[in-house]
Design a protein around this ligand. Structure first.
Ligand code: ASP
Length: 326
């Protein structure tokens, strides 16, 4: 997993144009505090209360967004689609089960096909690390690549939507503590959220989970590591739990669901150890009864549905911002 560092370095260098402007969004690493705040502020303008009509404008009018998801997705794919439609773009969703990749076509040939049809914003999810950066190096100069989930390495729009959600509840980010608990080893969400929060100067990051699911020591620099969640959660302002990414593990490493819930799951009793006004987050999909109980997932401190709402706003902000730079 240490190899993720090399993919990040490549992504950092290819995602900017000759004027150092963000042209693609592949990683949050290397983004400045101002760039992150600009995206969060723009997204905040797109947030509407439940029951209100969604925000709309025409900033993507004339553009064509293609969603290429080579891994399963519900929230991310739908929110990119809604975001693009609400900004006035044409949107195509490729069904990757029936696409030519399963017939042996290379990803680049699929990309060139979309490019030839004047799709100019390509949203990609894949299990292969480094693929978005590779594609970004080969597309025509007017194309934007948006990483919608890259193996265990990066999920930049999720990192931004998590940060926006935290900022809405805890604006004084420099003075708060967050616990990220669970399968950090395989989590692109944890990596991207950590990256954004660290750039914004968050007060304290704690990480906790079974030893074999914690990341290598050279990642999550500065975070305090725990294997005892009851200690880790003490007095934190934000608790984020993660799904166990069974699809990225050898079967021998997959923990037993009940034992995992007992030791690492977010139960009501455990959440009481955090600050009374702590918020509870999960990027979803959730395994209820494993990393989080129903009571906590649907409880007063949960902001999980707000994360989903913010996901559309963040994707609108990212699409607007990148297409401005065309
Ligand atoms: N939806 C998130 C992701 O794509 C989290 C997860 O799958 O557990 O990484």
């Amino acid at each position: 997993m240490n190899a993720s560092i090399n993919y990040i370095e490549l992504s950092k260098s290819v995602q900017r144009d000759a004027n150092n402007r963000l042209k693609h969004l592949i990683t949050l690493e290397g983004l400045s505090r101002d760039e992150i705040i600009e995206l969060l502020d723009l997204a905040q303008l797109y947030v509407r209360r439940p029951g209100e009509l969604p925000a709309r404008d025409r900033s993507l009018s004339g553009h064509t967004v293609a969603n290429l998801f080579f891994e399963p997705s519900t929230r991310t794919r739908v929110s990119f689609e809604l975001a693009a439609m609400r900004l006035g773009a044409d949107v195509v969703n490729l069904d990757m089960q029936t696409s030519s990749r399963v017939k042996g076509e290379t990803v680049l040939d699929t990309i060139y096909t979309l490019q030839a049809m004047h799709a100019d914003i390509l949203v990609m999810r894949d299990s292969e690390p480094g693929l978005p950066a590779h594609v970004a190096q080969h597309v025509a100069p007017h194309i934007n690549i948006l990483n919608a989930g890259e193996a265990h390495v990066s999920h930049p729009t999720q990192g931004l939507l998590d940060t926006l959600t935290i900022r809405q509840h805890k604006p004084d980010i420099k003075n708060i503590s967050i616990l990220i608990v669970g399968d950090l080893m395989h989590s692109r969400v944890a990596r991207s959220t950590w990256s954004a929060l660290t750039t914004l100067g968050i007060g304290e990051v704690r990480i906790a989970g079974p030893e074999h699911l914690l990341p290598p020591a050279n990642e999550f620099y500065g975070a305090i590591r725990y294997t005892d969640v009851n200690k880790a959660i003490k007095d934190v302002d934000v608790v984020m739990t993660l799904r166990i990414q069974k699809e990225r593990m050898a079967s021998a490493h997959i923990p037993d669901d009940n034992a995992y819930c007992r030791e690492f799951g977010l139960t009501s009793a455990r959440v009481k150890l955090a600050r009374p006004d702590a918020i509870v987050m999960h990027p979803a999909p959730m395994n209820r009864g494993v990393e989080i109980t129903d009571e906590v997932a649907d409880g007063k401190q949960s902001v999980i549905q707000q994360q989903v709402t913010n996901g559309v706003a963040i994707r609108m902000a990212v699409l607007t911002q990148l297409s401005r730079k065309n």
